[in-house]
Ligand binder design. Structure first.
Ligand SMILES: Cc1cc2nc3c(=O)[nH]c(=O)nc-3n(C[C@H](O)[C@H](O)[C@H](O)COP(=O)(O)O)c2cc1C
Length: 139
């Protein structure tokens, strides 16, 4: 099975989650500035919330995804307040006609003194568990 992990980050917190996901499934996470170079069965894609929305860099990455070469996407995200940033990402992917896995992962990311230390080691363990579950769901 061909698997890829891509993320958008400004401050490194979503990258931490992406790295935990990638490690759990034996691959490497890459910034979404790197387009997919080959078809994937499962793409883990993550981002964060900035002033209520996701960054245009992540939107651009989703826009250039080829539905014929992207079988399924599992979404993850970090945020300080917004409960489900992953939903915004999922909607954009579904609008492209690409299936989104039922399982998604979200945790808090430190911002302006709130949620200090997050994502923490417990968040990262949960992210790894999410990755393993998502992978199983595909098999
Ligand atoms: C400029 C800026 C704006 C933010 N706006 C929001 C927001 O509107 N809602 C929210 O829940 N979190 C907001 N956050 C918190 C981030 O979503 C959170 O810290 C996230 O983990 C950052 O991920 P990153 O380090 O991968 O960029 C904001 C953070 C920054 C830096």
């Amino acid at each position: 099975m061909n698997i890829a992990v891509r993320y958008f980050t400004r401050g490194g917190k979503t990258k931490k989650v992406a790295d935990a996901i990638a490690k759990a499934i034996g691959t490497e996470a890459q910034d979404c500035i790197a387009p997919l170079t080959e078809p994937v069965d499962l793409l883990f894609l993550g981002g964060a919330v900035y002033w209520g929305g996701i960054d245009k860099g992540l939107k651009q990455f989703i826009e250039q995804l080829d539905p014929a070469k992207t079988k399924c996407v599992a979404v993850f995200g970090t945020s300080a307040i917004k409960k489900e940033p992953d939903r915004d990402i999922e909607k954009l992917i579904q609008n492209k006609g690409i299936p989104v896995l039922n399982h998604s992962f979200h945790c808090r990311g430190e911002f302006s003194g709130a949620h200090k230390g997050h994502p923490d080691s417990n968040d990262l363990e949960q992210a790894a568990a999410f990755a393993r579950t998502a992978l199983k769901a595909m098999k």
